[in-house]
Design a protein around this ligand. Structure first.
Ligand code: GAP
Length: 516
């Protein structure tokens, strides 16, 4: 039984992550640094496993996708060309009474989410009233109250979209005032004007005496791919459609940095740019939407936890965009973006660098600047999604409680715990023998301290899917018990079969095969 319908509450997850070595506040001894976090021993293992699952699914399983690892520092003109110097802004608004700062568009989106909540309540009520005969689609398209709510959402979205697109910040403020949106902290409606704030961090290269040059910490990994696209295409002899993938750090001076690792100032992205013949981009956009949602759902965190959110306000580089949203403890929020970026970036780099970035298509005998479909997922958000779906405070039949992390076994930080029942009678020596065999195949824990029940609980709390117990019978017949984390069921297996049994249960290859 979980402590909330969507798994753990954020507060419980944050403290669990710290207590069990997943995530610590950065520079903890100095009371931390806002929106910056460090991953501990279990956290870094889980993070590496997520990266591996993404990399294998995107690169290893596609003969036309290759990976790169570009530098974080890039020539400053990159960011002029990409539009980030001029347009990578957040519209900010301050509340004059509470002195708190907010993103104006987020305040409006939260207002919309409240209306959506009202629609959901109407649907739930009606579903109860009508029972089996309830037709949700018909209800939401005909019920006057729901139709009214939907029209209101549409008109707000349209107006916000127009204001953001045209840069009409005064209308954004007017909208906030007309909707009577109050400061979520103080309830005050006393707002300043809306201002634009650039999110890029800058620093200098070279000494000041020599005339240092201002450069930026990359706000997305994608540009490292764009500027390398011809190098990679030529050296890997790729033909459209082909992809280039990358995992790496990105930096944004987020003003509203809260909700743990959901919105950080230093975070990691896993991005893939797919280069296609112009005119085919919509087909590939749909293709990657489908592929990416399948990847998410393959992890078994719950199909109902995902939904698409198609963008009304398109970023400056996109002609279509959709978010995959995940139901985090704080509600449905973006975990991944799929964007049809047209030829915006490559054309802009051609213009600013003076270099041709065309691809010669031998099939059609023509040269063109490819269009790009991008998939971009935040590694830290993926981590939080897994933690929030996996965390459970469970009441057991005997009345006791345990906290268990039901992390998909292939991603779990440790696959197996080796537990000698007692710290004597030759059992630790036998355990060590086994450990020396399995350590080449699996990340493991070894624990000999405390009663076995307590040791099981410790492994449950860090999501170890299997515990192998070595007892006195082991010395007689060379068998051990394997205890499964979720069901807590135990089976006895021969040590000769231990490694193959574990491979069957935890190997990532089974997940990858489900994607094929
Ligand atoms: N190259 C496209 C791009 O960067 P984005 O929607 O700005 O698009 C992509 O970011 C993904 O990066 C998001 O879906 C999210 O998962 C992650 N992300 C963005 N900002 C983040 C932040 N401040 N903290 C953690 N993850 C973030």
């Amino acid at each position: 039984m979980s402590n909330s319908p969507d798994g753990g509450t954020l507060k419980n997850i944050v403290s669990h992550c710290k207590e069990y070595g997943f995530i610590y506040p950065s520079s903890d001894i100095y009371d931390g640094l806002g929106a910056t976090y460090d991953y501990g021993p279990n956290g870094s293992e889980l993070k590496n496993n997520i990266k591996e699952y993404w990399w294998k699914a995107m690169v290893s399983m596609h003969s036309n996708i290759v990976g790169i690892d570009a530098a974080i520092f890039m020539h400053p003109t990159t960011w002029k060309a990409s539009g980030h110097v001029d347009a990578f802004n957040d519209p900010l608004i301050d509340n004059k009474d509470s002195k708190k700062r907010y993103r104006a568009d987020v305040l409006i989106e939260e207002y919309i989410a409240k209306i959506e909540g009202k629609i959901s309540k109407e649907v739930t009520k009606a579903a109860k009233r009508f029972g089996d005969s309830f037709d949700e689609a018909q209800f939401v398209s005909t019920n006057p109250r729901v139709v009214g709510y939907k029209e209101k959402i549409q008109s707000i979205e349209y107006r916000m979209g127009q204001a953001l697109e045209t840069g009409d910040l005064s209308d954004l403020k007017l909208l906030i005032e007309e909707l009577e949106i109050a400061d979520p902290v103080s309830g005050s409606k006393n707002w300043t004007d809306v201002r634009q704030f650039n999110l890029m961090f800058s620093t200098e290269v070279g000494s000041l005496a020599d005339g240092a040059e201002k450069i930026y910490l990359r706000p997305e990994t994608a540009q490292g791919i764009f500027v390398n696209y011809l190098n990679v295409q030529k050296t890997s002899r790729l033909k459209t459609p082909f992809g280039i993938a990358q995992i790496g750090k990105a930096f944004r001076n987020e003003i509203i940095a809260r909700q743990f690792i959901f919105r950080m100032r230093e975070f990691e992205q896993m991005e893939m740019q797919f280069f296609v013949q112009p005119g085919t981009e919509m087909e590939w956009y749909e293709h990657w939407k489908e592929k990416r949602i399948k990847w998410h759902k393959s992890l078994g965190l719950g199909e109902e936890k995902y939904r698409f959110h198609d963008h009304v306000n398109l970023a400056h580089y996109a002609n279509a965009a959709s978010d995959i949203e995940f139901n985090f403890p704080m509600g449905f929020k973006e975990i991944e973006g799929i964007h049809s970026r047209t030829d915006f970036d490559l054309k802009a780099h051609e213009e600013h660098s003076g270099k041709k970035l065309q691809f010669f298509d031998q099939n059609t005998n023509e040269s063109y600047v490819p269009y790009v479909v991008e998939t971009s997922i935040g590694l830290d958000r993926m981590f939080l999604a897994i933690m929030s779906a996996a965390y459970e405070e469970e009441k057991l039949e005997d009345g006791s409680e345990r906290t268990v992390l039901r992390i998909p076994p292939a991603l779990a930080p440790n696959k197996v715990a080796i537990l000698p029942l007692v710290n004597k009678d030759g059992l630790p020596e036998k355990a060590e023998e086994i450990l020396n065999e399995i350590k080449f195949d699996f990340a493991y824990q070894y624990d000999v301290k405390d009663a076995i029940g307590r040791r099981y609980r410790r492994q449950d709390a860090i999501g170890t899917p299997y515990c192998v117990t070595i007892d006195h019978q082991t010395l007689e017949d060379n068998t051990v018990t394997i205890r499964e984390r979720d069901s807590m069921k135990q089976e006895r297996v021969s040590i000769d079969r231990l490694i193959s049994t574990l491979h069957e249960k935890v190997d990532m290859k089974h997940l990858l095969k489900s994607l094929a």
